[in-house]
Design a protein around this ligand. Structure first.
Ligand SMILES: [Zn+2]
Ligand SMILES: [Zn+2]
Length: 372
């Protein structure tokens, strides 16, 4: 089949910026050196670009995982243009298609099933889906956001403005325009591009399928470090409306921390999270499925599979019972249904079910460990 026509502008931008980053930047570093102010400012700009994409384009606009004050949206819109990843409207339209049709080579704009190169950058080098380029029917909600539409309309100007004016102005202030253009301009842009692109490529190839194997998305703590928390991509694909990607407190997810901090400052609200029981059930379902596969070759397979099934069913029941009791307790507290909640039957039942769930979790863990 004939390949679609090449988008020469994109090819030129990627090639030229990449060459500057890998040849001119090291050459300048060796022959001239960079000072701390230049390095620090380049890092700040890299973080600003990256998080405008993760907290703004991705978790706010694409998935509506929280609501944000206009000032924050304005900051994201400028940072998104600085990151040179198309307008928020266009980016989100592509991204919503990616989630809805993940891994479908004919529809998913950056389907991981078409290989590393395609999902990383190849999808932007040719007119693969020209017919839907200006079809924004899946982002009608965003068309009501004045900041999104303002950025979309003036995207080219904003992109040129940020990518040239910011490094140029810093260079003039700091006294070295060339170094600033190389570091804050080129290197920052290339690093920002490829770290984001890794989410579409590596985060669909490398890592664990902790919550689902219905798609190629993976959880990868190492990748999360370079992608402002987006490396927990398996969780994200199954629970896309959650403002978090790394859900454990120690998971490296600066985007989650930024959103939470913004809430304390009154700049973000209505943060959405997935019910805890849903997360737990998804995780154990995967362990169950993997263990079943492992057991198939065991000499005592039938008996062991039966035991595994019993333990799994018991655990799911205990999870359901516990979270039901927790819901009742929260309602009782909120609506003041009982006089002394601490001594009420609702509390007693809650504590008992909590204990039973913990016991069942231990028993399940033991069963799994014995299979290993
Ligand atoms: Zn997403
Ligand atoms: Zn994905």
């Amino acid at each position: 089949m004939k390949k679609p026509p090449i988008i020469w502008l994109n090819v030129a931008v990627f090639v030229i910026t990449f060459l500057f980053a890998v040849i001119a930047v090291p050459y300048r570093a060796i022959t001239h050196g960079f000072d701390m102010a230049e390095i620090s400012f380049a890092i700040i700009c890299f973080i600003y670009c990256g998080m405008s994409i993760t907290a703004g384009y991705h978790r706010l606009w694409s998935h509506k995982t929280y609501q944000s004050h206009w000032s924050l949206r304005f900051i994201y819109a400028i940072g998104g243009a600085f990151a040179l990843q198309n307008s928020a409207l266009h980016w989100c339209s592509d991204h919503r298609i990616h989630h809805k049709h993940v891994d479908n080579n004919d529809v998913d704009p950056y389907s991981a099933k078409k290989g590393f190169w395609y999902s990383h950058i190849g999808w932007m080098l040719r007119h693969y889906h020209q017919e839907r380029y200006a079809d924004y029917s899946n982002v009608r909600d965003l068309q009501k956001d004045k900041i999104v539409m303002w950025q979309h309309k003036h995207y080219l100007l904003l992109t040129i403005g940020t990518n040239f004016v910011i490094p140029l102005a810093f260079g003039l202030i700091n006294g070295d325009v060339i170094s600033s253009l190389l570091l804050v301009g080129f290197l920052r842009l290339v690093l920002s591009h490829h770290t984001t692109f890794f989410i579409n490529s590596l985060a669909h190839i490398w890592g664990k399928q902790t919550y689902t194997d219905k798609n190629t998305a993976r959880d990868n703590g190492f990748l999360a470090f370079f992608t402002f928390g987006e490396g927990y991509h398996n969780f994200h694909h199954i629970f896309e409306n959650d403002y978090r990607n790394g859900i454990r407190w120690f998971d490296f997810d600066p985007t989650k921390w930024l959103i939470k901090s913004s809430q304390y400052l009154g700049l973000a609200s209505k943060l959405r999270t997935t019910p805890e029981d849903k997360i737990q059930k998804a995780r154990i379902a995967m362990v169950f499925q993997k263990s079943q596969l492992k057991l198939k070759r065991h000499p005592n397979a039938e008996q062991m599979l039966e035991k595994l099934q019993c333990e799994y069913d018991a655990l799911v029941t205990k999870i359901n019972e516990f979270y039901e009791a927790r819901k009742k307790l929260i309602t009782a507290k909120k609506e003041k249904l009982v006089e002394n909640v601490e001594r009420s039957d609702v509390m007693k039942q809650y504590n008992e079910l909590k204990l039973r769930l913990a016991e069942q979790q231990k028993s399940w863990q033991l069963t799994i460990e014995n299979l290993a």
